[in-house]
Design a protein around this ligand. Sequence first.
Ligand SMILES: Cc1ncc(COP(=O)(O)O)c(C=O)c1O
Length: 371
Amino acid sequence: MRYTRMPIEIESPEEMGYNTIKYNLAESSLKDINLGDIDVNLKNLVLFYGEHKGIKKLREAIKENSSILTSDDILVTTGAATSLFIVSTTLLNPEDHLIVIRPNYGTNIETPRAINCDISIVDLYFEHDFAIDIQAVRSLIKPSTKLISITNPHNPTGKLFDGHLIKELVVLAEEHNCRLLVDETYRDLNFQTELKPYIAEISPNVISVSSVSKSFGAPGIRIGWLICRDAELMHDFLAAKEQICLCNSVVDEEIAYHLLHNKTAILEKSHAHIRANFEYFKEWFATQKFLEWVEPQSGVVCFPRLKAQYNHVDMEKVYERLYKEYATIVGPGHWFEQDKKYMRIGFGYPSLEELKAGLDNLHHCLIQVAE
Ligand SMILES: Cc1ncc(COP(=O)(O)O)c(C=O)c1O
């Protein structure tokens, strides 16, 4: 495998230095929590090797009240990132074929590239409301297709793909004896409609992935998971995990359990915050002149772009000035292999005050560079 560092990681706020950024509109998560803010007592925790699949009470909490999933259908990993790595490296060899929806979270494309497998990309277009073209996916299937990869709720557009479309993709995977990977890392940030069960419930051909990073503001404990009802495949995934890290940090698992155990109360509070910020964001968007968007439906990000009449604007300059003069950042399009006139704006991480100031900064910076 040949690894390449991705722009989204090289230019990430944590790599640039959080202390250089005052208005962080680049994050796709909620604000990071403090360990002191949660009532978890780790004093008596034995620091042994944890259960390889992940501590049972955590896996039970992950499966929620599902009557279909069992705790053996769940593998805890170091963040969703490791789940995605395990899925790609277990299912894909250089002679295998993958269909992946783009834009996407970098790893969903970059790890298959590192494996050097045969990749077909299905792009989502602003002009088509970032809808997945199912016919395009269908037409790309080959005998060597092992995996179809989507993210839902979608990063960076904030789209929530329709249940019928998801079902069609599941059927397609079943018919062609391949797997559907659904990166559901943003599922608990679904603040406008009812939370649906994990898509892995529908079929053993589906692998769902999620984590506590985005919805619980706890990316630093590195706890994520994958879910699949195919016991043989889960055995292979466990073998991969054992070769990468054996088990998770038991400290991280205990904290993640605490968060999931208190999920209802935590999410109620964070959804109220997201709704308030989103209401403001929509008002701001309606009155500004430079950008157009496909309004996001779920999660805390959207992917607007410059209106065509401003295509002359040097976006490199905008991003540089925004950071250096306004201590403000957004996620530029090239993080997602898109043109720099697109940008991901995260509206859940900042406080309402920070969001207001950050959006104003973006507006003033666009005026300065454009006019
Ligand atoms: C769609 C998606 N999947 C996975 C990840 C990785 O998350 P984690 O911190 O759980 O590894 C991210 C992080 O940005 C993401 O956006």
